[in-house]
Design a binder for this molecule. Structure first.
Ligand SMILES: C[S@@+](CC[C@H](N)C(=O)[O-])C[C@H]1O[C@@H](n2cnc3c(N)ncnc32)[C@H](O)[C@@H]1O
Length: 271
């Protein structure tokens, strides 16, 4: 477990994942019934962008730093980032919009990161932090008592078989809770792994899947993070149009003039 999110917090991939996450959560808290939020790979919850780690890569300078004057499509997300002070990871973003009837379970396997996250939510009755394996937790924590759930799956893709594990995790999660909303982030370095991932999902038996991607350049050099994607199972009503608007806004501000910069919103499997 070498991956530490502190080096990458606030980069373009975080902006994409977090802007869509904020939209998904907002869509789910419109109805009064409580929602169970699950963050399977939670990290430490918030990040100091002035830290040595963040400055060593400087990735946030090409991400959240460029969203100073956000358009309407990004104003919810950027507004939360500003309000929360330190750059919020997914647990802090989710927690910010939770209501008393909602619940958040965070899983983090790295002992130091799990301890940091536990301290962050130590006195919070709505949040539980589990130092446990995400893939095991999906089986253990689903289905929730609440009738509605949003599950964010955001692994580090250190393992060569991570795409296959995410596809398997989605299958497992949906088999435990068919009506849950699942959002799984993935890197786009080279074209082939995401294509195979999409193919696996098309043949998974899971219904109602949309995949969105944002590319900074054509995914030809596998040693670089050229883009990223989010697969959403059971997307809330309006997701496709909202994702198109959010990705266009991100591309306008974070995109490069390199060949192949762009975005896609693709329905992989019908409802
Ligand atoms: C990409 S980071 C998460 C970032 C976070 N979701 C956010 O958006 O702020 C991935 C995290 O997963 C943790 N991790 C890696 N393998 C795991 C596993 N099998 N179960 C739970 N956590 C894991 C890593 O320690 C790392 O903190």
């Amino acid at each position: 477990m070498n991956y530490r999110h502190a080096f990458h917090a606030g980069n373009f991939a975080d902006c994409m994942k977090h802007a869509l996450l904020v939209w998904l959560q907002q869509a789910m808290v419109l109805k009064p019934a409580g929602v169970f939020f699950m963050d399977t790979h939670a990290g430490i919850g918030r990040y100091d962008l002035a830290s040595d780690a963040a400055e060593r890569t400087g990735e946030w300078h090409q991400g959240i730093a460029l969203l100073t004057n956000p358009p309407a499509e990004l104003s919810d997300y950027v507004g939360l980032v500003r309000a929360l002070g330190l750059y919020p990871g997914s647990p802090a973003l989710i927690r910010a919009r939770m209501r008393p009837q909602d619940r958040l379970a965070c899983c983090e396997l790295h002992p130091d990161d799990a301890a940091t996250l536990r301290r962050l939510f130590a006195r919070d009755p709505l949040v539980s932090v589990h130092r446990r394996d995400a893939w095991e937790a999906i089986g253990a924590l689903l289905p929730p008592a609440e009738k509605r759930a949003l599950v964010l799956i955001d692994p580090p893709y250190e393992a060569p078989d991570e795409f296959a594990r995410v596809a398997q995790g989605l299958r497992h999660g949906v088999s435990r809770f068919r009506s849950g909303v699942f959002a799984a982030w993935y890197p786009v370095k080279h074209r082939l792994p995401p294509r195979e991932f999409h193919l696996a999902l098309r043949h998974s038996g899971i219904r109602d899947i949309v995949a969105v991607e944002l590319w900074l350049r054509a995914p030809l050099d596998a040693s670089r993070l050229n883009g990223c994607g989010l697969v959403v199972v059971n997307p809330p009503f309006g997701f496709v149009a909202a994702a198109e608007a959010i990705l266009q806004a991100l591309l306008d501000r974070l995109g490069t003039d390199e060949a192949g910069a762009g975005f896609s919103v693709e329905r992989l499997v019908d409802e």
